[in-house]
Design a protein around this ligand. Structure first.
Ligand code: 8YV
Length: 323
């Protein structure tokens, strides 16, 4: 039997690309540039499998090509908000993602952002690099203590729970969360986490609010001006989920007016072209979507895509089938 014809839309870590070459009739993306809608449509007409990432928007109008040769979209990433999965399903496409393998590294980036923004690490680094550090003094760049403060999680899935574990057991933080589908009580107890009945309650009570809900139409601007106004004036917002979960303009206003103390962001509306006002805010820590960006995790993500796609072409149900 001939090998499935596979298109990888971006550069992947070398060991994964080597494995792809062994298993499939694969086209790699030497240029490492995001594909446009027409190139994606051409791919859907010409390949048995396309392996996209967050930089490949696949809405209904892009997916609807004729003839559609692609049978499976093996997404490299846990989030799949860039794919219209309902349309994909209606077209008979299988979609898979890569959960589990990026949980710890993404939670680590959320912890990094929390510590950086609380301890003004970005501001300090900018001072040192600009040659503007005049020396130690008792009132220099005073931040906020993290240990013992309340961490509020919006969404309590795998990544949120990993953050809860680090924050509760490492930093003695009481954890509160909102999730419409909460886990069993014993799991919450083990993480020192207690449930709240609404997003609003978490926002009102937490010192650090971290977003861990999926990017989706329903969650677009979940954190808007009204909800930001519920946060404590000394509180911080951390976003490693998706940029559009937060109304970025409203967040910029809240940060400018010091309505909240600061924000640590890994994702943005319209990324990588983020709202330029963010760049002027000293109380924002800005990372370039690094959640899963470790050697180990990106290799594991690629291998997980391979596992899913191999299972699919062997006639099995892939482990991470979304639709
Ligand atoms: C990925 C992510 O690197 O997995 C996700 O959902 O946000 C990132 O960790 C990116 O989405 C790759 O497609």
């Amino acid at each position: 039997m001939s090998k499935p014809k596979v298109l990888v839309t971006r550069r992947w870590p070398a060991p994964v690309e080597a494995r792809l070459q062994e298993l499939f009739d694969v086209t790699l993306d030497e240029a490492d540039q995001p594909l446009g809608p027409q190139q994606l449509q051409e791919a859907l007409r010409s390949y048995d499998c396309v392996m996209p990432t967050v930089t490949d928007p696949l809405p209904a109008e892009v997916l609807q090509v004729e003839p559609l040769r692609t049978k499976i979209l093996g997404n490299f990433g846990v989030g799949y908000n860039h794919i219209d999965v309902e349309s994909a399903k209606a077209l008979g496409l299988t979609v898979t993602n890569t959960p589990d393998v990026l949980t710890d590294c993404t939670a680590d980036i959320a912890m990094t952002l929390m510590l950086m923004v609380a301890r003004r690490a970005g501001e300090g680094e900018r001072q040192v690099r600009a040659g503007q550090w005049s020396g130690w003094r008792p009132t220099h760049l005073l931040g906020t203590k993290v240990v013992g403060k309340t961490l509020g999680l919006i969404g309590f899935g795998r990544i949120a729970r990993a953050m809860a574990k680090k924050a509760h057991h490492g930093f003695d933080m009481p954890v509160i969360f909102y999730d419409p589908y909460p886990p069993a009580d014993d799991l919450c107890q083990a993480l020192g986490a207690s449930r709240r009945g609404s997003v609003e309650e978490v926002l009102q009570q937490a010192d650090f609010v971290a977003l861990h809900c999926p990017g989706s139409k329903e969650n677009r601007h979940l954190i808007n001006a009204e909800r930001l106004a519920l946060m404590k004036p000394g509180a911080y917002l951390i976003n490693t989920a998706r940029g559009d979960v937060v109304d970025n303009e409203a967040l910029i206003q809240a940060l400018k007016n010091k309505a909240i103390a600061g924000a640590g962001l890994d994702v943005y509306e319209g990324e990588p072209r983020l709202n330029p006002s963010f760049l002027e805010l000293e109380n924002a820590v800005l990372l370039p979507h690094l959640g899963s960006a470790t050697e180990e995790t990106r290799i594991a993500m690629g291998m997980r895509v391979i596992e899913n796609v191999t299972a699919f072409f062997a006639g099995q149900t892939p482990r991470d089938k979304v639709v």
